[in-house]
Design a protein. Sequence first.
Length: 278
Amino acid sequence: MFKGRKLLIATKHHKEKVISPILEKGLGVHCFVPENYDSDIFGTFSGEVERKKSAFETVRAKCLAAMEQFDCDLGIASEGSFGSHPSIFFAQADDEFLIFIDKKNDLEIIVRELSLDTNFYGEEILNEEMLVDFASRVKFPTHAIILRSKPDDLTTIIKGITTTSKLEESYQHLMSVYGSAYAETDMRALHNPTRMGVIKIAAQKLLETIKTECPSCKMPGFSITDSKTGLPCSWCSTPTRSTLSFIYTCKKCSFSSEKMYPHQKITEEPGFCDSCNP
């Protein structure tokens, strides 16, 4: 279905470095990145362009726009969000979406990778000692830094700082002009190897999903669409909030099936039981 076809990767931040090898080897496609494609029109992490839609809606719009602009019927795009983990308090997370669209076969496959592996952080910098400490904690210089006067100030934004001299020079400039400085991690993929690693994991997950065929119609993308809780406690047999099964659904023919005990265990530890450990 895909072998020998051109696959457009809608990116301007070098994501093809981790996506292309996985999909070219796994699907036999020929990946390319269009020249002069500006994905920043859908939003920027630094705030100059506000992302007006959800990550899911944005990644789909980003992919379809590029496919139409460059007249390609096979495309892929990614979109990331950063902030507090939805279920783990005080932890930051990288939430990546990858979408694969095949107009020729009327197929859309999307995967999500929610990862705790991120250096996402921002802090007001009061002196050079704080700047050095911040840089060390966010894995500088392999991971770039952004400096501005205040968290939401768009007046002067210095992006992609990867050298100590540029970091010190930019800090001194902001302090002399504005009297304040705010440092944050540059979350663009080409400046953030940790994020690039999460995108690579998501690309592998996408490949596995594409290669999973529907048992009924044999279309690719037979994937998890829901889950059921209720794995019984090993002590009291009370249903817990742990996953009992995954529901797989074909987006093409709507065939669905249920996979029991997806985490290879038929009971849950008492520590996760609301009855045994209220």
